[in-house]
Design a protein around this ligand. Structure first.
Ligand code: SAH
Length: 453
């Protein structure tokens, strides 16, 4: 029997979805953060549950052949990179395996038609967005960085390897402005203080920059001083926005945005189209990989001029709009009102006049569209991690599309949903894992399900 504080020797033979290595001791699975498949380790057991335990590495007896040295000081502390200590080739294979395992173990597909993973050309500095929590340590020193895994403890870090280097320059300007003007920082304990998060977005191709300060209030001190610094020192600085979040909540942003400088949004291009990006709208964080994802999605959709394309969970309309010129009509559905506003403007901006965008919950909106007689020949879905509801799947099947293209950021819910869709008369035609988030544990997939005649 394993006990807490016991030291054991462990061989790592697999990876969990969260990116922890896993080994087996006396039939109990032991999860070890920061380990690699093939590692032989001396482990300190930190937590024991009925069927599993957690261990901490004390000593690497024999390193895995996949190990590389991490080039980030905080990678073992911050919740961002699960795989910075593993070669990118090994990481890609782990991700492909994770998708395959989901299809076989959760979806119970016997031989899932899985194609090779589309790896990312860039594995560093690829993100176009970052949200940094701000606080003070017990001595009152300013802390800007990232939350530790599953916690709200701030790990100070102003130069993350996943982000553009210019984000650090912006953080330094904001830090100087905070200290000079004695701007208070929000405390989750006392619920007092002004500044909660520093949120930065950049157009990957346009290089345009947005700074959004998430605050517990509606105004900031010395706003002109901050604007002048940003305009003077940051090339392509386009807009400064305040996001008001006065709630006692884990959610980073509130609903209200106030523009202090510029237009309140930036623009970027994706697959040759121009898109405007507001602070609250979803926008793909790794644009070159998003372009590969959309290209694959388009290939899977096999569109023609007679098609009606339904794009569920459409965000700012990006995927559907990149396909609009190939179909008769595009209908997009999305729950965030600001994203739908962006989607409508994006259609106009690109001279697309066969697109309609509806704000609402995908399950309810699809049901309404079905009742109104919409009969899409191709349906594209791109839901958050929790996947689709069984009701939405039934509605989609009732609408009888020829093809269903499912883009997913969670292999487990994808496999679950694909199995249900298959039982309702569709065949899993092919699936491609795609790495949108190198060095982190996340993996995206694009899947084609076709109507069985
Ligand atoms: N396809 C888009 C966005 C995908 S992210 C793109 O590639 O950019 C998933 C989107 O689903 C987000 O924009 C989110 O706001 C939206 N969403 C989340 N829950 C939803 C729901 N219940 N109904 C409709 N949209 C939802």
């Amino acid at each position: 029997m394993l006990t807490k504080n016991q030291n054991i020797t462990l061989k790592i033979d697999g990876m969990t979805a969260e990116g922890n290595g896993v080994g087996h001791f006396d039939g109990v699975a032991v999860f070890v953060p920061g380990s690699a498949i093939g590692d032989e380790l001396e482990i300190h057991i930190v937590k024991v549950k009925k069927n599993y335990a957690f261990g901490k590495i004390l000593n690497i007896i024999e390193p895995s052949k996949d190990r590389i040295s991490s080039d980030c000081e905080v990678s073992m502390k911050c919740g961002g990179c699960a795989y910075r200590h593993i070669s990118y080739e090994a990481e890609s294979q782990i991700k492909k395996q994770r998708v395959e395992d989901a299809f076989t173990r959760i979806g119970h597909f016997e031989n899932p038609p899985l194609l090779d993973i589309v790896s990312s050309k860039e594995t560093d500095h690829y993100r176009n967005k970052a949200q940094f929590p701000i606080g003070r340590d017990k001595d009152g020193n300013l802390e800007i960085g990232f939350y530790a895994l599953s916690s709200h403890r701030i790990i100070p870090c102003k130069s993350c390897a996943l982000q553009p280097e210019i984000f650090s320059d912006i953080l330094n300007i904001v830090e100087k402005w905070i200290e000079k003007n004695k701007v208070s920082t929000y405390s989750e304990e006392t619920k007092n203080g002004l500044l909660r998060h520093i949120y930065i977005r950049r157009g990957h191709y346009s290089k345009e920059l947005m700074l959004c300060l998430v605050i517990n209030g509606k105004t900031i001190p010395a706003e002109n001083e901050l604007i002048e610094e940003l305009k003077g020192k940051i090339e392509s600085f386009k807009t400064l926005v305040i996001n008001v979040n006065t709630k006692d909540t884990n959610v980073i942003t509130g609903e209200e945005c106030i523009t202090l400088f510029g237009e309140g949004y930036i623009t970027d291009t994706l697959c040759g189209l121009t898109f405007r990006i507001s602070p609250l709208s979803f926008y793909q964080v790794n644009p070159p990989q998003a372009e590969r994802l959309y290209t694959l999605g388009k290939e899977y959709a096999e569109l023609s001029k007679d098609d009606i394309l339904l794009d569920l969970y459409c965000g700012t309309g990006t995927i559907g709009l990149t396909m609009a010129s190939e179909v008769k009509k595009l209908v997009g559905v999305e729950i965030i009102p600001e994203a739908i506003e962006d989607a409508k403007k994006n259609a106009k901006l690109n001279g697309i006049d066969n697109a309609e965008f509806i704000c609402g919950d995908a399950t309810k909106a699809a049901e309404t569209l079905k009742e109104q007689g919409l009969s899409p020949s191709v349906v594209l879905v791109d839901p958050p991690r929790k996947g689709l509801t069984p009701e939405l799947i039934q509605t989609i099947v009732d609408m009888n599309p020829r093809r269903l293209v499912y883009i997913s950021c969670d292999p487990a819910t994808l496999a679950r949903d694909a199995a249900l869709i298959q039982s309702l008369g569709y065949a899993l035609n092919r699936a491609t894992p795609l790495d949108m988030f190198p060095r982190t544990a996340h993996v995206e997939s694009v899947v084609l399900l076709t109507k069985v005649q």
